[in-house]
Design a protein around this ligand. Structure first.
Ligand code: SF4
Length: 178
């Protein structure tokens, strides 16, 4: 089945269609996300189910997984993140080019989950900014798909200048990210 992407909102008439560059770029970004799966435990297994035939993430037509941060723009963190793993996760995030988005999949990535212990990071937003949180322990594949669709909405509607604005710079500085 061929999926035809809807054109962005704009003005059309006989022989013309006009819209803004921001909306065209947003449409392209939203439909060409390349996820980097950073999976450390059980939520990663749920992601495998999301990729497999029943749920078939490929239906989006844009889900080419990347295990190189330089070729990915959607970081999906799935599983328990030990504090020792924190600097590695942050380095992966820093190696991704802008624009980049982050999903915290499941309770562990979002808040440490049931592991309220000295060794577990109590949420990845302690070290990197998160765009979408997917609740659950584990979340079902439908929830992971919903999280990706929410990222698509963010990418589609993001202003082209957002990443250069002082608010975004301040957010990065608050995480000590250059
Ligand atoms: S949220 Fe639950 S299922 Fe996911 S990694 Fe943590 S313990 Fe495992």
């Amino acid at each position: 089945m061929t999926n035809i992407i809807q054109s962005p909102p704009g003005y059309e008439g006989p022989g013309f269609f006009a819209t803004s560059a921001s909306k065209v770029v947003g449409m392209a970004r939203a439909n060409s996300l390349w996820p980097l799966p950073f999976a450390t435990s059980c939520c990663g297994i749920e992601f495998m189910a999301t990729m497999a035939s029943d749920y078939d993430l490929s239906r989006f037509g844009m889900e080419r997984l990347s295990f190189s941060p330089r070729q990915a723009d959607l970081l999906m963190v799935m599983g328990t993140i030990a504090k020792k793993m924190g600097p590695v996760l942050k380095q992966v995030y820093e190696q991704m080019a802008e624009p980049r988005w982050v999903i915290a999949v499941g309770a562990c990535a979002s808040s440490g989950g049931i592991f309220d212990t000295y060794s577990v990071l109590q949420g990845i937003d302690k070290i990197i900014p998160v765009d979408v949180y997917v609740p659950g322990c584990p979340p079902r594949p439908e929830q992971i798909l919903d999280g990706i669709m929410q990222i698509q909405d963010l990418a589609r509607n993001e202003d082209l200048r957002r990443r250069n604005q002082p608010e975004y710079q301040a957010l990065m500085e608050s995480y000590d990210i250059k």
